[in-house]
Design a protein around this ligand. Structure first.
Ligand code: CA2
Length: 145
């Protein structure tokens, strides 16, 4: 069975509680439930983790080698700063999909740079919480190629 690791970075634990005009009203628990539902429908397995710490995200990426077939990552603000997460993704050689709630290219210029985008095979952004099940579908399509 295809297995997918879904990682969420800093402050995404606050989803649905603040800045609803930017990030929507769906909570992280809702998002994870949506992912499990989508996975069940597609006959794949998903495991979700969130951390506010760069090193914790990197540890999960490293541990994914030989365990997960794909990684979906919303690295939050680390997207725009973290060469360390980019290198971790490269090191495990697991197909990785970049995910964002908002369209980072339609926002402030400092969000236009994405280190994750340099190593991901594709990106899904601007669809809010619905982007998560969309990302699972995109990942499954990629892994079934
Ligand atoms: O659009 C996205 O998914 C982002 O990855 C979200 C990050 C932001 O730094 C990226 O540029 C784009 C921020 C996540 C903060 O999440 C919050 C959720 C609710 C309330 C406040 C922050």
């Amino acid at each position: 069975m295809i297995s997918i690791l879904i990682l969420n970075g800093p402050s995404l634990n606050l989803l649905g509680t603040r800045q609803p005009e930017v990030y929507g009203t769906t909570t992280l628990a809702d998002v994870e439930a949506m992912c499990l539902q989508k996975a069940e429908k597609l006959g794949v397995s998903v495991e979700c983790h969130q951390s506010n710490h760069e090193g914790a995200l990197i540890d999960w990426i490293h541990a994914a080698r030989g365990v997960f077939d794909g990684i979906i990552i919303n690295a939050g603000a680390y997207t725009h700063t973290s060469i360390a997460i980019m290198d971790a993704i490269t090191s495990v050689e697991i197909p990785t999909l970049e995910l964002h709630l908002s369209d980072i290219h339609a926002r402030e210029e400092f969000r236009h740079v994405s280190y994750i985008g340099k190593v991901a095979f594709d990106a899904i952004m601007g669809h809010g919480a619905d982007g998560y099940p969309m990302a699972i579908e995109r990942m499954v399509k990629e892994l079934q190629k």
